[in-house]
Design a protein around this ligand. Structure first.
Ligand code: UDP
Length: 458
């Protein structure tokens, strides 16, 4: 007898294979699952082998990026990686959907990372509705959209300001680096701009932000695309606490030194520690690394610094030993647990969007030290729009000197604006909780989407 097909929606979520993309898409998947939707996340074969997984109700399946043994690091260039990701991804995503189609619970919808516009083509070819997921601040999406349309561009080395319709005026240095320095990292620039190459075909456009954070920009985008703001995609335990068991991101590239970090933080006074991290990709130059190291040592505060294994050789000789009284250097940490710890007084960050949103969600003031991509723009918002911290200034060589590191930390930890930064950070935390809590702006949009899925499957 033929097995009966279940009449239930089943969503396939496809993230771009990097920590900062898997985290938000997986969290969104968990929110859908908590509302009764069956969700499967397609991770690459390589990352599935190398990541520790604890994804709760979300099932994991694999697709190939063409580098099953070594992932991105083993490709000779970013261009090659993206070409093969598209080629192998298209083929294996098609196979995965077709395989599931002949099961009792076929996929009824695809949610793909907008970095992978080819996934939308696969979904449409297989007659599935598809939602794009934009992983960055909505303002950044609008900036790239204008650049994609050819409506704004900058001449290399240009300074001054540019008005971005729907957003605001920016100094060139505050634009995403792939816009302010269009010649740098062309393969990444293409990835960012191509998000818009077929976006008009997407049935929904999910954005990892929330309305109160950048309401006018969201409205501008809503007039052009079927936008649903569903963020922040921070585990529920740190916000509304309504999703059972959702207390961490479930897929980690590296093993966090949890015990060491927590024990060390537990032994520090309230708000005495500067937490320092540059995320999973950014690599500081040796000179910048040295300036930062001595700046942290020169500041009045304790510091907990994440230096990934591949970056450790840039630390000054004997730095870890010499600063043992003040600092702890680890290769990876449970960032949310750290940010939520009462000993942490501020976060010195590269302003990756997840890190920024996590800090806002946990009410932690920031010292911004953006490196590339969307980070300079996020830093502008941190300093000028949300007013939750300062951006450390670069010297003429583009380096943040040790004195500036010390000064910026001092401003946020004990300066005259400290109380304002803390107040604003707490306000953003409250608004973030409100957005994802029952009936909040993001929760409503997720619920609307779930209702559509349930209806379509009837
Ligand atoms: N992260 C972490 N442990 C660390 C450093 C970072 O778990 O020691 C997580 C962090 O919580 C965030 C992600 O890694 O969710 C980094 O994403 P982000 O967008 O901030 O930066 P990217 O790595 O994409 O540059």
């Amino acid at each position: 007898m033929e097995e009966k097909r279940e009449k239930a929606p089943h969503v396939l979520v496809v993230p771009y294979p990097a920590q900062g993309h898997i985290n938000p898409l997986l969290q969104f998947a968990k929110r859908l699952a908590s509302k009764g939707i069956k969700v499967t996340l397609a991770n690459t074969i390589y990352l599935t082998k190398s990541m520790k997984a604890k994804t709760g109700l979300v099932a994991i399946e694999t697709i190939s990026d063409g580098f099953d043994e070594g992932g991105f690091e083993s490709s000779e260039s970013t261009e090659t990686y993206h070409e093969r990701l598209k080629e192998f991804g298209t083929k294996t995503l098609t196979e995965l959907i077709e395989k599931q189609n002949s099961s009792t619970l076929p996929f009824s919808c695809v949610i793909y990372d907008a970095f992978l516009p080819w996934a939308l083509e696969v979904a449409k070819r297989l007659n599935l509705p598809a939602g794009a997921f934009l992983t960055q601040l909505c303002a950044i999406n609008v900036i790239y959209y204008h650049v994609y349309l050819g409506k704004i561009s900058v001449i290399p080395q240009e300074s001054g300001t540019i008005y971005v319709p729907g957003v605001m005026e920016f100094e060139v240095s505050q634009l995403p680096s792939f816009v302010s320095a269009p010649g740098s990292y062309p393969a990444f620039r293409e990835l960012l701009l191509n998000q818009f190459s077929n976006l008009e075909k997407a049935d929904w456009v999910f954005v990892n932000t929330f309305d109160r954070l950048e309401g006018e920009v969201v409205s501008w985008m809503e007039e052009r695309f079927p936008v649903k703001t569903i963020g922040p995609t921070v585990p529920s335990m740190y916000l509304d606490k309504k999703v059972n068991g959702d207390n961490a991101y479930g897929l980690n590239l590296w093993n966090p030194n949890t015990g060491t970090c927590m024990k060390w933080l537990d032994a520090r006074p309230n708000a005495s520690v500067v937490y320092v991290s540059f995320g999973s990709i950014a690599a500081l130059g040796p000179e910048q690394m040295e300036e930062l190291a001595w700046g942290l040592n020169g500041s009045n505060n304790y510091f907990l610094w994440v230096v990934r294994g591949a970056e450790e050789n840039k630390l000054p000789n004997n730095f870890v030993e010499e600063t043992r009284e003040k600092g702890l250097v680890v290769n990876w940490c449970p960032q949310l647990e750290v940010l939520a710890h009462k000993a942490v007084g501020c976060f010195l960050t590269h302003c990756g969007w997840n890190s920024t949103l996590e800090a806002l969600s946990l009410g932690v003031p920031l010292v911004a030290m953006p490196q590339w991509t969307d980070q300079p723009t996020n830093a502008k918002y941190v300093e000028e729009v949300w007013r939750v911290g300062v951006r450390a200034k670069l010297d003429q060589k583009g380096i943040v000197r040790r004195e500036e590191v010390e000064l910026s930390i001092k401003e946020v930890m004990e300066g005259e604006n400290r109380e304002e930064f803390k107040r604003n950070a707490s306000k953003w935390r409250e608004l973030a909780i409100e957005a994802v809590d029952e009936g909040g702006s993001s929760d409503k949009k997720i619920a609307e989407f779930v209702a559509i899925l349930n209806k379509e499957d009837k």
